[in-house]
Write a protein that binds this ligand. Sequence first.
Ligand SMILES: [Zn+2]
Length: 343
Amino acid sequence: LSYKQQIVKASFRLGLLGMLRHAAGKKPKYAIICYHTVGNTGVPFFCPLTAALFEKQIQFLKQNYRVISLSQMLEEMQSGLSTSPAVVLTFDDGYRGVYEVAYPIMKKHGVTATTYLMGKSIDENTVAWYDRIFSSVLNPATLTVRFAGKDRVLPDREAKLTLAAEIVTNLRSMPDQGRIDFCRKFENEYPVVLADLQNRFMTWEQAAAMSRDGFSFGCHTMTHPVLSKVSPEKLVAELSECKSLLEKKLGSACLDFAFPFGRLAECVSQEAISSLGFRSAVTTVYGTNSAATSRFELRRLSCGDAGTIEEFAFELTRAFLGEPAEEPLGLPNLALQTENARA
Ligand SMILES: [Zn+2]
């Protein structure tokens, strides 16, 4: 164990984290946890969170916080009637492990979550562009990849995962059309493994079953582009097509949105989202929220990726000890996007 891990483990055992949780006070703050999937069925190309650890996390949350739905959090933010810190669970993308592994565990413990679905992946039983990059690189036939002017030799899975992550990170900062062109060329050179692409996402039937059990679904665009890099026309199409698809397939209003990737440079301002009929948007910008936080710039925590239950508890306690994020993120708005597109 590292020095930090030992301290975290000791504080957990000695009840120190509990004392810190008390010190964080009763001020209503909301931590929204951003998960992707759990376990190893229908997973993205790497998922460190096991079913056993996820269940421990849910038990820890129930023992120490209120675990509420996104809707309830938004109502409390509006009414100001909240009483104590609360945690909201969210899953991005709609991987099948959410249905097969996480859902039964959450149901057993009486908590719900919001899952943000990628319209095209669910509807066509396929993966998005960034998972296709992983599939191309992880293809057993791919032994070297030429990227950024260098030939990369790929001796093992580790090296492949590292390179695929590097390529995706790089593409996230490119203009949308440039990214699309790169992906097409890359796939011609380094073919995807077709069997990798199917059955990684939940089906509409699975989403409907969760919906009947009180789990809610939000929009995560049709194809997972970086929204700050697309034209205003594409932004509108990506969001409104996904929204109406979800409403048609699940029979309830789709009011909540999650930015693809969701870091500061990858989001756009409230006007672009609220004008399409959404009531909230989550980012992956770090922080907790209060009634003063814009509901279109909600901060989230990625502590679900922590390797142990002690680290999870530590990260969550640390987040609640900090001040909630209340300042606007200063995101670019749609009108600005239009000017940029014309320039
Ligand atoms: Zn996503």
